[in-house]
Design a protein around this ligand. Structure first.
Ligand code: OSB
Ligand code: MG
Length: 370
């Protein structure tokens, strides 16, 4: 494979409802899209999942743009590589910046699977034609608003509910949700809002039969998570702490988590995400696909990834209509009343990119050719 042109563009896409975490409130996404072309005119699309500020991780839209434009795109352009799993080697001299790398890497996977005439999910080795879906609910104005939102998502068919917990908004909110919904698959996420001093809180949460607690402690820690996991029954799931298959192995083998959230951007693309999946599956650790408020392109990549055998738990990949008035792909991603998304049959990501919509949302565009 040789990539002969790489197009970067930034689009602005307003969310239907704001999404609030400890990192702040997002009302409009600034998303970088990557289009790669080969000499035969085949194309592939990828999405950079960096946020609007350096809060979830060090990368954000501006750093990803300049890293892609100044370093990563020139490293890949015009170079020959065997298949999409060879793209990472070309970008190896750049440390970190995995979200920027994943934008190019996943675009190359889309292109390669289109060239092979296969849907990306099959090309990756996926086995499930349908993926199981849950929803991630951000911080709400009140407990009542949260309960209303949960009611709506359950009615839509979603298989599990993930709610935000933070100091001062944890035990009581979980208790309240459990009073209304004693049986639903429920989990809490906290984006590193706690420390080991909070062990008693997590022991108290054990009573509520949560499926898991996601990333309770520091983003760069696995040791304290292992300490916490020893002292509580609820499984810990790691998100921010896992950047590679090696990270997953270390975390699982020291007992820091019993479940792993896999995000394409956080681990640097499909090749590494698949390695994380394999590492966890070999250890009997279930994984699920996380979300980063993606547009349809990133969402389509998430769907393909989540068809791999190890993705046995419902993830955070949900319908386009939960985020956007109108998505940038056609058809939009829809969820069945059983809370599943069907993997598409068409080659590549399996959705058409709506070019005129993308053009109308574009704030800047840069095309680099070899
Ligand atoms: O904790 O998984 C998280 C969004 C931004 C940063 C971190 C997280 C999230 C989500 C959003 O949970 C999930 C989605 O795309 O709906
Ligand atoms: Mg998370």
């Amino acid at each position: 494979m040789i990539i002969s042109s790489i197009e970067l563009r930034e689009i602005r896409l307003p969310l239907i409802h704001f999404f609030e975490t400890s990192f702040g409130r997002t009302t409009e996404r600034r998303i970088i899209l990557v289009r790669v072309n080969d000499a035969d005119g085949a194309e592939g699309w990828g999405e950079c999942t960096a946020g609007e500020g350096p809060f979830y991780c060090e990368e954000w839209t501006e750093t990803a743009w300049s890293t892609l434009n100044g370093f990563l795109a020139p490293m890949v352009l015009g170079k020959e590589f065997e298949d999409a799993s060879g793209v990472n080697a070309l970008m190896k001299s750049v440390r970190g910046n995995r979200m920027a790398k994943a934008a190019i890497e996943t675009a190359c996977w889309d292109l390669a699977s289109k060239r092979a005439g296969l849907p990306l999910w099959k090309y990756l080795g996926g086995v499930n034609r349908e993926i199981n879906c849950g929803v991630s609910i951000g911080i709400q104005e009140s407990a009542e608003a949260l309960l209303e939102k949960i009611e709506r998502e359950l009615a839509a068919g979603y298989q599990r509910i993930k709610i935000k917990i933070k100091p001062g908004w944890d035990l009581e909110v979980v208790r309240k949700v459990r009073q209304h919904y004693p049986e639903i698959p429920l989990m809490g996420y906290s984006n590193s809002a706690y420390t080991l001093d909070d062990v008693k809180l997590f022991q108290a949460l054990d009573e509520f039969n949560l499926m898991m607690i996601e990333q309770p402690l520091a983003h760069d820690d696995v040791f304290d998570h292992a300490e916490l996991q020893k002292q509580i029954q609820t499984p810990i799931c790691l998100d921010e702490s896992i950047h590679s298959a090696e990270d997953a192995r270390h975390a699982v083998d020291i007992g820091a988590c019993r479940i792993v959230n896999v995000k394409l951007g956080r681990v640097g693309g499909h090749t590494e995400a698949r390695r994380v999946e394999t590492t966890c599956r070999e250890r009997g650790v279930p994984v699920w696909c996380g979300g980063m408020l993606e547009s349809g392109i990133g969402r389509a990549h998430n769907i393909a990834l989540a068809t791999l055998a190890g993705f046995t738990l419902p993830g955070d990949v949900s319908a386009s209509s939960r985020y956007w008035e109108e998505d940038i792909i056609e058809p939009p991603v829809t969820v069945s009343e059983r809370g599943t998304i069907a993997a598409p049959d068409k080659p590549g990501i399996g959705f058409e990119v709506n070019r005129s919509r993308v053009d109308s949302l574009t704030m800047r565009c840069e095309r680099i050719t070899s």
